[in-house]
Design a protein around this ligand. Structure first.
Ligand code: ADP
Ligand code: MG
Length: 305
């Protein structure tokens, strides 16, 4: 069973639909936003990776889920679950957690610890505060515009370098930090109809918006913003479509309210949003390139086989 089918089976156990139940980046529970992410050795990271980096990514992915719901920035609380094998340096692990808590403004309020036979396993549950609007995956409407908060692709490139033991080409500008400023802003301005963070890949993640909103998403090839990678444009765009752990935000905006929203984001953050496509009556996620149209709804990672 694939990961998304498995999660769909679990959804049936939940009496509430998102944001109160299973299915969005975080759940709304008694005026808090709660999300959980795990990092499993051999799946999300290898034993030769620096602990600091792995723990940093665990925290980043959780914070990013709060951002995707338009949550308020900082002031998070979290519970950390650990299964720790013998080989792991416990002092280094504590230092890595301390560093991440301070970097992401997370107050650690609990967790659980056990030993592990072989692999390190970490799970973080984060609690944040919602903004004025709670951004779900389910609100996109035909006619809305689709935006991306930043260029994509570098995360996949860096991962491949790491797995292949190569040094990334110098000067590649990477920013895999959660979009806390833009997320907070999107949760405070009228007009955002759906939002998700890019954790599995643009195609795969937008499919969640398409499915939850019961609409089709159409992206335009020439509008996809690739990072500056050591490849030709075509390959860089392929990376942008499928790169995971990017933590950029992808969101849909009511067409009439979009100009004001784009201006406000620029005024408050100095950031230019990328208009990449539009929502239409239909289903799935398609990439339009000249006269060709391609299904990209499966471009990204799935964690169950
Ligand atoms: P994200 O990539 O944003 O972390 P996921 O794709 O992992 O989101 O999960 C999608 C939805 O399914 C979320 O609402 C998440 O909380 C829920 N979910 C995933 N795994 C489980 C599980 N084992 N039990 C209950 N809910 C789950
Ligand atoms: Mg997410």
């Amino acid at each position: 069973m694939k990961e998304f089918q498995f999660i769909d089976s679990l959804k049936r156990l939940s009496p509430f639909s998102p944001p109160g139940g299973i299915g969005d980046d975080a759940a709304l529970f008694k005026n808090t936003l709660i999300a959980k992410d795990i990092m499993a050795e051999g799946v999300h990271f290898l034993d030769n990776e620096p602990l600091d980096d792995v723990v940093d990514r665990l925290f980043a992915s959780n914070v990013s889920d709060i951002c995707a719901m338009g949550g308020r920035r900082g002031g998070y609380a979290a519970l950390l679950g650990l299964a720790v094998p013998e080989y792991v340096n416990k002092e280094a692990l504590v230092r890595a957690v301390e560093k991440a808590c301070s970097k992401y403004s997370v107050r650690l309020i609990g967790g659980d610890t056990t030993s592990a036979r072989r692999d390190l396993f970490m799970s973080l549950t984060i609690i944040g505060m919602p903004g004025k609007y709670v951004l779900c995956r389910s609100g996109a409407k035909s006619g809305d515009l689709i935006y991306l908060s930043r260029a994509l692709g570098a995360s996949k490139y860096i991962l491949e370098c790491r797995l292949g033991g190569q040094k990334p080409v110098a000067g590649i500008t990477t920013d895999f930090s959660p979009e806390d400023k833009i997320g907070e802003l999107l949760g405070s301005i009228d007009g955002v109809t759906a939002c998700i963070d890019i954790s599995d890949g643009l195609g795969a993640d937008l499919r969640h918006i398409a499915d939850a909103s019961k609409v089709g998403l159409r992206l335009y090839y020439e509008r996809i913003p690739p990072c500056d990678l050591p490849f030709d444009t075509e390959k860089s765009i392929e990376y942008a479509l499928s790169s995971g752990e990017e933590y950029a935000l992808a969101f849909t905006v009511n067409r009439d309210l979009a100009p004001l929203l784009v201006n406000t984001v620029f005024e408050k953050t100095g950031r230019h949003l990328h208009l990449v496509g539009e929502v239409y009556k239909g289903q799935g996620v398609r990439l339009e390139h000249g006269s060709q149209s391609r299904d990209i709804a499966r471009m990204g990672y799935e964690h169950l086989g």
